[in-house]
Write a protein that binds this ligand. Structure first.
Ligand code: GRG
Length: 298
């Protein structure tokens, strides 16, 4: 298998069973969740839209193989992980009020906030149901790994929300937030793959640690793309994180840098007025000047 083929391989393994699982959802939830997954448009017409990279289920399948197992044994776990990821995105878009995801209007902006929240709840429940019904001898341990990850996800997200009202965020706190918000599920994706692949408990534990570091690295890149990424690739409008005054890792590094640029960034970020296009362009420059970009890249 070539590296460029891995995501398509995993999508082909996981998509049919995911669709079958969606058929068990209440019709109204299926409509919203299927829209979010990119399977159909708001009218139910099939689309070729991207439902995302499906990185996490790919990691699950690869982790199963890495411990000497077969990827197919981990399919229910891979689907469950991606369902939880999509649950979190549905809720996150409501919380942040974001109107674009994966190059399309967010689910809440089409179907309303309540429908998007409820569809997320449906996906979360379905994830645990799939693990429970998987018939795998370690399904109970898989559910434990997944529920611990969801709790960390919620904790990371609550820190992220709390940061909005604070001006004095330490870098260590921001790293803790990223480990929870993003690291925990990527960590669980790797660990549950190893578990369902028949790995020993030490291997599952190592995959948990590996995934958390990978997740932190992933969030660093995501934060950099949120400022300097190409919207044609990221599917998000340019500078959306800066307009939202997100306390992402490059911003927190820059604000804590004790430079002249940090002072100006502080004034921009903590002003009461809405930020203009010129403001966010300047903010991006200041983050760069204050070393936020370089630190994250390193
Ligand atoms: C409300 C109970 C409750 C829980 C929700 C909202 C939430 C907790 C957590 C949000 C976590 C979150 C959105 C983290 C961001 C992680 C991240 C980098 C997402 C983007 O992942 P990609 O790039 O997305 O893999 P695709 O589109 O490829 O699937």
């Amino acid at each position: 298998r070539q590296p460029g083929e891995v995501l398509a391989w995993s999508r082909d393994m996981v998509a049919p069973a995911t669709r079958a699982a969606f058929d068990t959802l209440p019709a109204s939830m299926r409509q919203v969740a299927g829209y979010h997954y990119g399977w159909w448009d708001e009218n139910g017409t099939p689309t070729e839209a991207s439902g995302g990279k499906a990185l996490r289920p790919t990691l699950t399948l690869l982790a199963a193989e890495a411990v000497g197992g077969v990827a197919s044994a981990a399919i229910p776990a891979a689907i469950a992980i991606e369902l939880v990821h999509n649950f979190s995105l549905l809720h996150d878009d409501v919380i942040d009020g974001d109107v674009t995801r994966r190059h399309r209007p967010t689910a809440w902006s089409i179907f309303g906030r309540s429908a998007a929240i409820l569809a997320g709840d449906s996906l979360l429940t379905l994830a645990f149901d799939l693990l429970a019904e998987s018939g795998h001898p370690d399904s109970r341990e898989g559910m434990r790994i997944l529920s611990a990850a969801v709790q960390s996800l919620v904790e990371g997200q609550s820190l992220d929300v709390a940061f909005e009202d604070r001006q004095d965020i330490e870098l260590a706190e921001c790293v803790t937030m990223a480990r929870g918000k993003t690291g925990a599920l990527i960590s669980a994706a790797c660990a549950i793959g190893a578990l369902f692949g028949g790995g020993r408990s030490a291997q599952v534990e190592h995959m948990l640690l590996f995934g958390e570091e990978l997740g932190l690295a992933f969030q660093l890149v995501d934060d950099l793309l949120g400022i300097w990424g190409d919207p044609a690739v990221t599917g998000k409008p340019v500078y959306s994180d800066l307009y939202n005054r997100k306390k992402s890792l490059p911003v927190v590094v820059a604000l804590g840098s004790r430079t002249i640029a940090a002072q100006e960034l502080h004034e921009l970020y903590h002003s009461d007025r809405p930020l203009s296009g010129t403001d966010v362009e300047r903010a991006a420059e200041l983050i760069d000047l204050a070393g936020g970009r370089e630190w994250c890249q390193a």
